[in-house]
Design a protein around this ligand. Structure first.
Ligand code: NAD
Ligand code: DAU
Length: 360
């Protein structure tokens, strides 16, 4: 039975990936989820798998060398899928240090532990072992007027402390291939959306606020562009890269779904109006009058857009979920999980939200 070590599995993409993998492989795989449970980690995301014999949760910090080494010593790990990170750009602007600690040093701890566990006396590695670093399109910086897309060959030009820290983890991972031939892959994905996304990110924040008749903060002129991908499509791509990707290679993952932020906000408002039944008191609250232009994010990247040609040609992956369908699935999920939203917004996030938007 193949054993996966997933870091950050209690977060948004990690928990969707774990669900995807169990749906696809059932009890033919085992997953160990290592997560420190920061503000963004939520075990409620994995309630339906927590009692499975082939799923184990370990609360550990990836910066903790001993704890990580122990996991490798006690388990024959075949695949590492490294999601754990500080993931929110706005938080990185306010507090960069933790981003370097987790995203750079934590990644180094993971690489060293896996290398030590898999290395043979002759310097090669046990067969069929793979380490995947979940990177981001933000490492490529920002596309400006006249630019086409981010390709795997686009030079790195990160701007925010978040993207700089992710680029460092990314380059360390590549360095382990270049230097030690340690078996890695790197995936650079565009913006994800879907169930279990923490409501500090644009799409769940707008859904949550709109349903409560709260202001919808749009940064700057609202015309920054992101390339949105439904999270299950990302999970599938990661699995396919680990199965079919060439070692040492980077693969871009994107939805070919570029939208300005203001378009996203309008689509959410229109879809909420369509989906809320007549007589639901929230229907009267959802309104374009809630849109509020606020001070821009510092160093705000203008446009991200991925060319997913390499992953399509080499591996056969392509985005399957149209945005119209994905946003409905996401909104439906939030309708059905009101308690989840109440729980995640009741504690520290509430404090963060007040501090973040008081000056905007
Ligand atoms: P998230 O913030 O929802 O989840 C991060 C998870 O990592 C949480 O469960 C948290 O508890 C855990 N974690 C944080 N620090 C840790 C530490 N020191 N030790 C152990 N666990 C720790 O993030 P996400 O949006 O699911 O993103 C997951 C990964 O995908 C990140 O590496 C991110 O850079 C990358 N990514 C995200 C997107 C996106 O649109 N969200 C797109 C491309 C790439
Ligand atoms: O591109 C991949 C990246 O996408 C990931 O690497 C990051 O982990 C993930 O957080 C995401 O980064 P963004 O900064 O693009 O996502 P966010 O949801 O924070 O913002 C999306 C856009 O919406 C961005 O242009 C800023 C804008 N925005 C965001 C918030 C939270 C607003 O206009 N208002 C808001 O309140």
């Amino acid at each position: 039975m193949r054993t996966y070590l997933v870091t950050g599995g209690a977060g948004f993409i990690g928990s969707n990936y774990i669900h995807y993998m169990f749906r696809k492989y059932g009890d033919s795989i085992r997953i160990i989820n290592v997560d420190a449970l920061t503000y963004a980690g939520n075990l409620e995301n994995l309630k339906d798998v927590e009692n499975q014999d082939n799923y184990t949760f370990v609360r550990a910090d990836i910066r903790d060398r001993e704890a990580v080494a122990q996991i490798f010593a006690e388990n024959d790990i075949d695949r590492v899928v490294h999601f754990a990170a500080e993931s929110h750009v706005d938080r990185s602007i306010r507090n960069p240090e933790i981003f370097v600690e987790t995203n750079v040093l934590g990644t180094l701890v993971m690489l060293n532990a896996a290398k030590k566990a898999w290395e043979l006396p002759d310097g090669t590695y046990q067969p069929d072992k793979r380490f995947l670093y979940v990177s981001t399109d933000e490492v490529y910086g920002s596309l400006e007027e006249g630019d086409t897309y981010f390709y795997e060959t686009t030079p790195f030009a990160p701007h925010s402390p978040y993207s700089a820290s992710k680029a460092s983890g990314d380059m360390l991972t590549k360095a382990y291939w270049d230097t030690y031939k340690f078996p890695v892959n790197i995936t650079s994905c565009s913006n994800n959306y879907g169930p279990y996304q923490f409501p500090e990110k644009l799409i769940p924040l707008i859904i949550n606020n709109a349903l409560q008749g709260k202001k919808l903060p749009v940064y700057g002129d609202g015309k920054n562009v992101r390339d949105w991908l439904y999270v299950d499509d990302h999970a599938k791509a990661i699995d396919m890269v680990q199965e079919k990707g060439r070692l040492g290679e980077r693969y871009n993952i994107g939805g070919h779904n570029e939208k300005q932020n203001i378009e996203i906000v309008n689509i959410i408002l229109e879809t909420l109006q369509e989906m809320l039944p007549e007589g639901d008191p929230r229907k009267a609250l959802v309104s374009k009058d809630l849109i509020t232009y606020v001070e821009d994010r510092k160093g705000h990247d203008r446009r991200y857009a991925i060319a997913p040609d390499k992953i399509k040609e080499e591996i056969g992956w392509y985005p399957e979920t149209m945005f119209k369908e994905g946003i409905r699935l996401t909104i439906q999920w939030f309708f059905e999980h009101e308690d989840w939203m109440k729980n995640v917004t009741s504690g520290d996030y509430q404090k963060y939200y007040e501090e973040m938007y008081q000056t905007k």
